[in-house]
Ligand binder design. Structure first.
Ligand code: HEC
Ligand code: HEC
Ligand code: HEC
Ligand code: HEC
Ligand code: HEC
Ligand code: HEC
Length: 498
């Protein structure tokens, strides 16, 4: 690079580059290190990183950021060098130059070179480590701390606590890999800017289809047989009367390898069930179509109110997640979490009406932040049981339950995250299995009477549980006869019963 300011001392020789200075040298090393890390990350990204969205941020934002910073520093060095030359042309224009004939500088340069090599190694090691860290569950759940707390807490107590977040949220394959990258970067930006939704909206858009995630570990043909489900409830009376129910869930009615039947029929390879939900949470389903994939025949069921055709782009093929929509993040209702705690003996059933009081404590309306919960819940419980010896333990337990199921800052709790298995607290199966969906010929959905999904083996008090019926019992509602006009979730909403 030629320049009029080049000092007279070096005239006649090849003029020295303006980049020949210490600042530019540091910039150069940073840029080279970043370029090196970048290449390494891109390589990892393409060879092994097909499941990590956050690696994209590192690869395509952070590493290039350092590259640009390094180049910027090199340019700045050149600029500063030029300024120095002009200002100090007479005295010492070469003060910042790297001069190999100077012994002191040679030594400094050797040191600098060693430093640069160490920096290279560290950046390679750092990228590799960061890559693995970004993929870990800890990163997903803890680094995005505030945003992900509810999902992380609920995940850790679930059946999939040892399945990495990315197994369900990203899965493998180039197309989803790219989608997840874009999404991951977008989420991180939203997180940093603090403008993500509270609660995070569900159903999660762009969640991969179940074939690519769940079915990697569970497969529809797997025969689960019928599953025995036991529930222990307590009534909201003074005595906290227990109410048990034991049911046999008819998950697979067919034989292993034979014709499918039972609850998992929806995902059998012989049929396709499609539906249209008119609301974003997929709770209102006015239209569905069943296609027999063997002979190509199809049946359409509609409600009386909905007689149009659904928009083609909003028809969804039913998969595992339409029932198991909370495989990893269950937000239990206040009602059920209190019952579990009572059944486990952590809330004493000796306290009169503890079921109702504990549910009330969890759903106090004036709690707006996690920090206010202890004071308000304690005050409420103390006012209910001022003399009880179990008071301290009760407060502790209710606070524990609160902390792991209700997240006011994120506005995350059961009331915003319906669980579609069942039908007691949310519509669940009854979104489709009611007597309201009919074919043009007037046929209603098969499997809508009480015994087609489960049979009740026994119910009631501990003594009643001794009597078992293999045929199935009629459900005895603990609060008396049920009105046919009402569905369970009209009254059961997870808090205090309406
Ligand atoms: C077994 C599969 C699975 C695993 C493992 C899993 N998730 Fe999820 N997650 C889901 C499904 C399915 C949904 C969608 C629920 C819906 O759309 O209604 C979801 C939803 C979410 C949501 C949206 C909010 C919500 O509660 O619905 C966030 C955030 C989330 N997951 C984060 C995580 C994090 C962080 C981890 C790891 C600590 C993780 N997930 C592990 C399956 C999984
Ligand atoms: C990486 C493997 C893996 C993936 C992916 C996976 N699961 Fe699982 N799942 C398991 C294992 C292992 C268990 C058994 C845990 C146990 O025995 O407690 C399990 C248990 C379950 C159970 C029964 C336990 C319960 O109470 O919830 C259901 C239902 C389930 N998985 C559904 C799903 C759905 C739906 C998806 C997709 C969103 C999914 N799984 C994705 C490995 C996986
Ligand atoms: C008219 C309103 C109403 C309807 C409809 C209704 N329930 Fe209930 N249910 C109640 C009340 C009130 C209680 C007593 C609550 C208590 O003591 O805590 C109760 C108690 C229960 C309990 C035991 C206590 C508990 O909180 O879990 C179960 C289980 C139950 N109902 C299941 C059902 C099912 C299943 C359906 C639908 C088939 C249904 N209920 C429909 C009002 C209703
Ligand atoms: C129509 C709703 C529905 C669909 C669709 C569905 N399931 Fe299920 N599944 C159930 C019900 C109900 C049970 C019984 C257990 C219960 O009641 O919690 C069950 C049980 C299971 C179990 C055994 C749980 C245990 O406790 O042992 C697994 C695993 C499972 N399902 C995985 C899947 C997978 C994977 C898919 C998709 C290929 C799928 N399910 C599709 C409703 C459904
Ligand atoms: C999106 C709508 C939809 C949802 C949600 C749904 N189903 Fe179904 N289900 C259907 C349709 C449609 C049929 C077949 C109706 C027909 O052909 O008559 C069916 C059939 C069934 C059958 C009969 C299968 C057989 O062997 O003949 C059972 C059992 C069943 N469903 C259980 C459930 C359970 C349990 C849930 C909730 C966990 C559930 N369904 C949720 C749409 C749904
Ligand atoms: C379409 C399938 C289906 C039909 C029809 C159905 N149920 Fe259920 N029911 C379920 C599923 C799934 C669960 C949840 C099992 C679980 O907890 O894992 C359930 C749970 C229950 C429970 C236990 C609730 C609890 O929390 O203890 C009762 C009681 C019950 N059903 C009663 C009935 C009655 C009464 C009818 C008829 C009016 C009926 N069910 C019809 C699928 C069905």
């Amino acid at each position: 690079m030629d320049h009029p300011d080049t000092s007279p001392a070096v005239q006649g020789q090849r003029p020295r580059s303006l980049f020949n200075n210490w600042i530019s040298a540091i910039g150069g090393v940073v840029a080279a290190g970043a370029l090196f890390s970048f290449s390494l990350l891109v390589w990892m990204d393409f060879t092994q990183g097909d499941k990590n969205p956050y690696l994209g941020i590192l690869t395509y934002l952070v590493a290039p950021g350092f590259l640009i910073a390094g180049l910027g520093l090199a340019l700045f060095g050149a600029w500063a060098q030029r300024r120095w030359q002009i200002k100090h042309a007479a005295t010492m224009p070469d003060k910042w130059r790297i001069n190999l004939s100077d012994r002191r500088q040679r030594r400094a340069l050797a040191l600098f070179g060693t430093g640069a090599v160490v920096f290279f190694i560290l950046s390679a090691f750092g990228s590799y480590q960061t890559y693995h860290y970004a993929e870990s569950t800890q990163f997903c759940g803890e680094v995005c701390h505030e945003a992900m707390t509810p999902e992380f807490v609920t995940y850790k107590r679930g059946a999939h606590a040892r399945v990495d977040c990315v197994e369900c949220h990203v899965g493998s394959g180039v197309e989803w890999f790219v989608k997840a990258k874009i999404n991951g970067a977008h989420q991180l930006v939203a997180y940093v800017l603090d403008n993500y939704n509270r609660p995070i909206e569900t159903p999660v858009k762009n969640l991969r289809p179940a074939q690519d995630t769940c079915e990697k570990c569970h497969w529809p043909e797997k025969f689960h047989g019928n599953i025995d489900v036991n529930q222990t409830h307590f009534l909201s009376n003074k005595a906290n009367t227990p109410y048990h129910i034991r049911m046999l869930m008819r998950v697979n009615e067919g034989q292993p390898g034979g014709a499918p039947g039972g609850i998992h029929w929806h995902v059998s390879s012989d049929h396709k069930v499609e539906y249209y939900a008119s609301d974003p949470k997929r709770q209102e389903i006015p239209w569905m179509r069943v296609t027999n994939l063997k002979d190509g025949t199809a049946k359409v069921f509609k409600t009386e109110e909905f007689q149009d055709e659904p928009p083609a782009d909003r028809i969804r093929v039913m998969d595992c997640m339409d029932c198991h929509n909370r495989p990893a993040h269950v937000f239990p209702t206040a009602n059920s979490v209190v019952e579990q705690s009572m059944a486990a003996g952590r809330l004493s059933t000796k306290l009169p009406a503890i079921k109702r009081v504990a549910v009330q404590a969890l759903t106090l309306e004036d709690i707006k932040t996690t920090a206010e919960a202890p004071e308000k819940i304690s005050a409420f419980l103390t006012s209910k049981y001022p003399q009880a010896p179990e008071l301290a333990q009760t407060i502790e337990e209710v606070l524990r339950i609160y902390a792991v199921t209700i997240f006011p800052e994120r506005k995350a709790d059961w009331s915003v995250y319906p669980d579609n298995i069942g039908h007691k607290d949310w519509l669940g199966c009854f979104r489709c299995h009611d007597e309201k969906h009919k074919t043009p010929a007037g046929e209603s959905v098969r499997g809508s009477d009480c015994n087609s999904c489960h049979i009740i083996l026994s119910q009631g008090s501990a003594a009643d549980m001794q009597l078992m019926s293999a045929q199935g019992l009629e459900f005895k509602h603990p609060d008396g006869e049920l009105d046919d006009e009402l569905t369970c979730s009209d009254c059961h909403t997870g808090g205090i019963q309406k």
